[in-house]
Design a protein around this ligand. Structure first.
Ligand SMILES: [Fe+2]
Length: 151
């Protein structure tokens, strides 16, 4: 399992997405930090619940924004990518629903899931569309400058 640490291996060189992914990972790292507290009190669990809610709210906006870009550029693997996003939201909804019943267990499970999903998604799934977007952006630039096909 990879740690929730932002480093160069997370950068896909699409500045807007990199910025969002970094924030996304910071929210996950907050969950990790809160869950590391030993002998948690009610207040600690409240903070964890809030961190989960914040992460989910951010994920919704971030995924919607990312999908909008992928739709506009007609990314061929959009369906698969959307499915991965959906999986994350669905899992988090489940954790939030069960949280009040078994907060300690659910916090551990949620963290484990996020620790696995997030670095994998950024480094494999997001990194996969990055070269495609760069080419599309390049072509759009060429078209805009009216020098398509220039050697
Ligand atoms: Fe994504």
């Amino acid at each position: 399992m990879e740690a929730l640490v932002w480093d160069d291996s997370c950068v896909i060189q699409i500045p807007l997405i990199d910025e969002r992914n970094q924030k996304f990972m910071e929210l996950a790292a907050r969950l990790q930090e809160l869950n590391a507290v030993k002998r948690k009190k009610d207040e600690d669990f409240e903070n964890i619940a809030e961190a989960l809610a914040d992460m989910m709210e951010f994920a919704r906006l971030h995924f919607a924004e990312e999908e909008k870009i992928l739709v506009s550029k007609q990314f061929p693997e959009l369906k698969h990518h959307k499915r991965e996003h959906k999986k994350f939201i669905k899992k988090l909804m489940g954790f939030r629903r069960l949280f009040s019943e078994e907060p300690a267990k659910v916090a551990d499970d949620a963290l484990k899931f996020v620790q696995q999903w997030m670095p994998e998604h950024i480094k494999e799934e997001d990194a996969r569309y990055a070269p495609f977007l760069r080419v599309q952006n390049y072509l759009a630039e060429c078209r805009a400058m009216g020098r398509r096909g220039r050697s």
